[in-house]
Design a protein around this ligand. Sequence first.
Ligand SMILES: *Cc1c(COP(=O)(O)O)cnc(C)c1O
Length: 392
Amino acid sequence: MTQEWNTRTKLVHDGIRRSQYGEMAEALFLTQGFVYPTAEAAEARFIASGDDEFIYARYGNPTTRMFEDRIASIEGTEDAFATASGMAAINGALTALVKMGDHIVAARQMFGSCLHVLKVLQGFGVEVTLVDGTKLDEWRAAMRPNTKVCFFESVSNPGLEVIDIAGVAEIAHAGGAVVVVDNVFSSPIFSRAVALGADVVAYSTTKHIDGGGRVLGGVVCGTRAFIRGPLETYVKHTGGAMSPFHAWIMLNGMQTLDLRVRAQAASAAMIASAVAGHDKLSRTIYPGLMDHPQHALAMAQMGSGGTMLGLDLAGGKEAAFRFLNALNIVSISNNLGDAKSIATHPATTTHKNLTDEERAVIGITPGLVRISMGIEDSGDLLADIQAALSAA
Ligand SMILES: *Cc1c(COP(=O)(O)O)cnc(C)c1O
């Protein structure tokens, strides 16, 4: 790892392992197993594998390791472990850190599957307290002597609340707890999570890192002691490792990650400003807008408003549906971070299983449409969104 390189250089070159053929592109080692020259060599490999020695793809693979080394370098952590999906990463990070009788404090605005993982852990005797993640007083009040983890999305899905990583880290560390951040919405490009005090950073690489909406993946970044200790031990024995093929897709995605994410964020910022105050909208939610409740924090923490935008249609569900159905370039779907722009109606899709009250608490109104800005021409996107607003 070459620490003096800047992000764009690292995204293209870091972590590469070349075979005896000196191939230019990252090789896809589509193999679950590895051959040992002798029985003694196999025995030795199982006692201690060297840096470039592998046993089985559930434990590690050269292509997967290239991806792990590259993302750890970008995130600024000592190591990383790649997982089958974002949820395998979150489940692995949390489960590797707690046991029966421990306590987790988590922000209540959270991806539904993350809330489910917390419920499963509760069933195994782990205590969980949910707080309003934007209020540091609530984090402070929730801490107990047995609190082991403080967990949150640095920008929440889909409410776009921004949580103060440094503020929560100070409270967590004073109580001896570890800070785990689900950093999907900020993406590695705008992430300063480790510098701000996060101990463990998890991504769904399905989103911006793949960037083409092709395959599932996840990754957990942290200290070498944690990643190659409890995290790897848990994930490799419970089957959550990333496929080498998916790691190869992620390596390719990373080469253009900075270019894509910056273009997406620039379009999101331009379009948010252009449509803010539109008479069909009751709110335009974008951390880069001055009226966002955590605008200053977002700028300090990410240096950007990000790639995601919330449009709350004043006419409720009917207006939201008219808006969605009038879009031509922006697709109705539920992934995010894709090169293609995507619009989602959380209340009837991703968050339909919640009650009205639960949705209200996490900021999901019947009129809310979440837009993941793609890399299409920003003028074309603005025209598409403005035409759909007129039709709403
Ligand atoms: C998508 C997402 C996940 C889950 O990732 P998968 O790759 O779908 O398993 C977790 N957290 C957030 C914030 C997400 O957006």
